[in-house]
Design a protein around this ligand. Structure first.
Ligand SMILES: *Cc1c(COP(=O)(O)O)cnc(C)c1O
Length: 423
């Protein structure tokens, strides 16, 4: 096969519009509902609540904003209202997913809390229920757990829920990447005491930006709606009893979201076809696709990823901001593959660098299935025992181009380029 760079860049995951979006934006314009009130917001909230199977969805300016308010609400349920100028989690530890986008854990810090990172399991690349149990043995006073579903693959959320219930902790579910995915027949976004989704530009469906808070509690939904619009009380003037935020979704953005919702299942089908084609294409290579439990879960296949077998890894050393590798026949590494993908004008991405390895969070505790484990320079200890699963997946894994609009012909080129890395 002759390999030529794509004329138009092939992205990791870019917005895929369908036409209805512009109609709803136009409608907002024509009716002059250009602020944070309007039919697009109401309709999007209704459609998402129906899809997810929850009573209420509250449209917000981003997934991060939704998570901030969700964590603050869970914090108030546990510890009561904080004094103005203080976070509701001040002096409290919160257990958090480790291999994830930092937006999952930053809101804990916004509220003054201290994230404690829980190691990942290999079955789904999400928070390990065993490591979570270990963490509660070490810190039984912790009352909040923030769990993300990585790359659209549900974590073992019933198992995590059980551990939370055993220790009387609230579960905050970050379903930003997993809209439309199910676990044991239920949509992600219904498992948390508070849950959120995101409509960021590269997610499975998008508003260009935006997010939603999901709940079965009318009272919680009203509270979030109030906080997100500067916490105005019902009075003839601007009356404030609580701290407010400007976190509500715009009716223009909601027009994009509204136009995208009917295409969610179509996007998932396209992403699944991409995942399946990679899986088939790589069947003779020493790699595995990002795994899921086929009996319990249906991912939304947001990003297709691969993990290189240990014995097929060439030498790769990552510093804080730079990386070196030594090419070897029959072997490869994420850096070599990502460079090969760039060389054909396509976009891949390393796995999310684990939070416990991030300079900003490096002093925080990190709990593995074996107990208290700090990052080491090498994920392996003697006899190939893996100490730190998150670091291992970061070292050996990568995200492949997963754009909905990628053609089978383009994907064949990507597959061929990856194959050549192992020659
Ligand atoms: C995208 C994302 C968020 C944040 O969503 P935004 O809408 O970009 O603020 C949070 N958590 C995870 C896991 C994400 O991937």
């Amino acid at each position: 096969m002759e390999i030529k760079p794509f004329e138009k860049k092939l992205y990791l995951a870019s917005p895929t519009m369908h036409g209805e979006e512009i109609k709803y934006i136009q409608e907002a314009y024509d009716t002059n509902w250009l602020s944070t009130v309007g039919a697009n917001i109401n309709e999007s909230e209704k459609l998402i609540a129906e899809k997810i199977g929850c009573k209420c969805a509250v449209a917000l300016s981003s997934g991060t904003a939704a998570l901030h308010l969700a964590i603050k609400l869970a914090g108030e349920k546990l510890y009561g209202q904080a004094k103005v100028g203080h976070g509701v989690l001040e002096g409290r530890k919160v257990f958090c997913s480790d291999v994830t986008f930092d937006a999952t854990v930053n809101p804990v810090a916004y509220e003054g809390g201290e994230a404690v990172f829980i190691d990942t399991e290999y079955d789904t690349w999400n928070m390990s229920p065993k490591a979570l149990e270990k963490a509660f043995e070490i810190y039984p006073e912790v009352k909040m757990v923030v769990v993300a579903h990585l790359y659209g693959t549900p974590g073992k959320v019933s198992e995590l829920r059980k551990v939370c219930d055993k220790y009387g902790a609230l579960l905050v579910e970050d379903a930003a990447e997993s809209l439309g995915a199910t676990y044991e027949g239920k949509q992600t976004g219904t498992f948390g005491d508070v849950s959120i989704i995101s409509f960021n530009g590269n997610k499975i469906i998008t508003g260009s930006s935006g997010g939603m808070f999901l709940t079965d509690s009318l009272e919680d939904a009203d509270k979030i709606r109030k906080w997100s619009t500067q916490s105005r009380e019902d009075a003839p003037w601007y009356q404030h009893e609580e701290l407010g935020y400007n976190y509500r979704m715009s009716n223009v953005i909601a027009g994009v979201v509204r136009g995208q919702i009917p295409h969610l299942e179509e996007h998932i089908a396209q992403k699944k076809a991409i995942y399946d084609r990679y899986k088939e294409g790589f069947k003779d290579l020493p790699v595995k696709m990002n795994p899921f439990d086929a009996e319990k879960s249906k991912p939304n296949y947001w990003l297709s990823c691969l993990l290189i077998d240990e014995d097929a890894m060439c030498k790769q050393v990552r510093g804080e901001k730079e990386v070196l590798y030594v090419s070897e026949p029959g072997k490869s590494c994420p850096t070599e593959i990502l460079e090969a993908i760039v060389s054909i004008n396509a976009e891949g991405r390393p796995i999310w660098k684990p939070m416990h390895m991030q300079p900003i969070y490096r002093s925080h505790a990190f709990i593995t299935e074996q107990g208290n484990g700090r990052a080491r320079s090498n994920a392996y200890i003697d006899e190939g025992t893996v100490l730190d699963v998150g670091m291992d997946i970061f070292n050996r894994g990568l995200c492949l181009p997963s754009d909905n609009k990628m053609t089978p012909e383009q994907q064949d080129v990507v597959i061929e380029v990856v194959k050549r890395c192992f020659q």
